[in-house]
Design a protein around this ligand. Structure first.
Ligand code: ARG
Length: 568
């Protein structure tokens, strides 16, 4: 792989062999403007070490480093040492590499033979699949694709919320106000109605809560009547969830929800006891975490039932045994941060060194027109409704822009769903996001449709040239003389670095931002210059640039779970 920072770092290291190579490498920067160079070393930090003024260091280095095959000029300017690449050489190398590697461009095998467990989506059975779970689904799916692209073996787990007192509530509500027919007809909406009604009624009559608890206890004790209802509610919910996953192009290796780990919690409680970690507190069993600045973590309730944390501990131990993970990643809302800190700590206190391989990836809240979305009150926006709305609106846009497009419905589906996923990934993970249709569907804004549209534009140029993206034609990079061409190429070059960054920060927005930059870079080039010119040599060179852009946009889109469309 071509790494221009590496070439620069080596040439500096040759001049200053006492410095640490890695440190030199890490200090290198890309100047904000290519007129100032392509790679720069700020010499300020070296000043103390070498007991010289930064400018002097830069000048001495500049005069000691001769121009090379890759760098035609080295300049010292106000304490910076600036390297200028030989542009034709650089462009030839970058474009050929992309065209050769094709769908592998940006990929690596650093993760070879390492297992990554990713726990994402995890909606709660019998409660609606709402936009909060959309973020977990979109982020988890993207992380999974990024890890896989880097050679890791990923195990995607949907840790469904399919156990807990909410089922007791639902059974009570169903027995009192529900009917088999209504649930069969209306599915999850009816379950949600019952769930909401339970909370309304329980405010007036608190004995309902006791009844719900006793139904849940029956479930835990293996009561067949309770378990049959539970299984039925679960099947109905899953059917609905799967519709959404199909639309989003998301899948999982396992649907092992909380209930799956239920028979594994006794052993956890026993182990905690043996290791002297449990304390009694008002009849319940807890792990005291005061020493670590955290509230106690409850493991067993007074009535003997387990909690969310108990099941998570059991699940982690099981996953470590089963998959021997290199990392186990949990994608949930930031409101659960304390929960994860607590039980990660408990795993550590149990003496498991792999506690440090457990990673919580938190994200901010999704709101719609500024309102938080909640389940208990019933003020929920269903993900499925959002997706179908997005598809409908996209179809309207296509009808007005390009009414003759073939397969309009299918394309609207990919673009509409893509728009929702993209907007969800695009803001920094930890930031709250607010949903606005105008923003996310804007074909000219920082959106999924904009990137997909640009990709289709590149495809269309290649088609008009009578070629395919896989064609490999020799081209003369000397002819790519303009700034737009060079800047586009430089963006293309940065793709592998961006993936590494997204992976190390577990931050898909690094990819979405990069894709917007790349699409903008391509569109600047496209608007300023004709590609299919009469001069065959120039045409070939420009087409190589288009082809490389097409490939890179497609690879990037796949990493965020969007479909690269050939036509829109
Ligand atoms: N079902 C939970 C929720 O909706 C998320 C579960 C996340 N995964 C986990 N292992 N705790 O908030």
């Amino acid at each position: 792989m071509l790494d221009i920072k590496q070439i620069v770092a080596k040439s500096i290291h040759n001049q200053l062999p006492d410095l640490d190579y890695q440190q030199i490498y890490e200090n290198l920067e890309y100047p904000p403007n290519v007129d100032m160079g392509d790679v720069a070393l700020p010499c300020f930090k070296l000043s103390k070490l070498l007991r010289k003024a930064p400018m002097q260091i830069a000048q001495e280095l500049a005069s000691g480093i001769p121009p090379s095959e890759f760098f035609e000029k080295v300049e010292a300017v106000s304490g910076y040492l600036n390297f200028f690449v030989n542009r034709p050489r650089f462009m030839e190398e970058v474009l050929n590499r992309i065209i050769d590697q094709h769908e592998k461009y940006g990929a690596s095998d650093i993760g070879k033979s390492r297992n990554i467990v990713i726990d994402y989506s995890a909606p709660n059975i019998a409660k609606p699949f709402h936009v909060g779970h959309l973020r977990s689904t979109a982020i988890g799916n993207s992380l999974r694709r990024i890890f896989e692209f880097m050679g890791y073996n990923c195990i995607g787990i949907n840790y469904l919320g399919d156990w807990g007192t909410q089922f007791g509530k639902l059974i009570v509500a169903y027995n009192l106000w529900g009917s088999r027919q209504a649930v069969e007809e209306k599915g999850i909406n009816e379950l949600m109605r019952l769930y909401v009604k339970f909370h309304q009624e329980a405010e007036k009559d608190p004995t309902l809560e006791d009844e719900a608890r006793s139904w849940f206890a029956r479930m835990e004790n293996g009561d067949s009547q309770a378990l049959e209802l539970w299984q039925w509610f679960k099947d109905i919910s899953l059917k609905e969830f799967k519709k959404v996953y199909d639309l989003m192009g998301v899948d999982f290796d396992y649907y092992t929800g909380e209930s799956f780990y239920n028979d594994k919690t006794d052993a956890v409680v026993e182990e905690l006891k043996q290791k002297g970690l449990l304390e009694e507190s008002q009849g319940a069993l807890i792990v005291n975490l005061e020493e670590y600045g955290m509230p106690p973590c409850m493991i067993l309730k007074k009535d003997g039932s387990t909690l969310y944390a108990t099941r998570d501990i059991a699940a982690a131990i099981h996953r470590k045994k089963e998959y021997d993970f290199h990392k186990c990643i949990y994608v949930t809302g930031a409101s659960q941060s304390l929960h994860f800190q607590q039980w990660f700590k408990i795993i550590e206190l149990m003496g498991y060194g792999w506690a440090k391989e457990l990673i919580h990836v938190p994200f901010g809240i999704v709101s719609l027109g500024g309102e938080k979305l909640a389940t208990r009150t019933g003020k929920v926006v269903l993900l499925e409704d959002i997706l179908s709305e997005a598809i409908k609106k996209t179809l309207e846009i296509i009808e007005s822009k390009n009414p003759d497009l073939e397969n309009k419905e299918e394309i609207a589906r990919y673009m509409g769903v893509g728009a929702v996923i993209f907007s969800d990934l695009h803001s920094n993970r930890i930031k709250d996001v607010s949903f606005s249709w105008d923003e996310i569907l804007n074909f000219d804004g920082e959106t999924g449709p904009y990137v997909q549209y640009t990709h289709a534009r590149a495809c269309s140029v290649i088609r008009k040239a009578g070629e395919t993206e896989a064609d490999k034609k020799a081209f003369n990079s000397q002819l790519l003389q303009t700034k737009e061409e060079y800047l586009l190429c430089k963006l293309l070059y940065e793709f592998p670095e961006k993936i590494e960054l997204a992976l190390s920060q577990l931050e898909p927005s690094i990819i979405t931002r990069y894709l917007v930059d790349l699409a903008q870079g391509f569109n600047r080039f496209y608007h300023e210059h004709s590609i299919l010119v009469d001069n065959q040599e120039l045409r070939n060179a420009r087409l190589a640039l288009v082809r490389a852009t097409k490939i890179t946009l497609a690879n990037g889109l796949k990493l965020i779970g969007l479909k690269p469309l050939e036509r829109v």
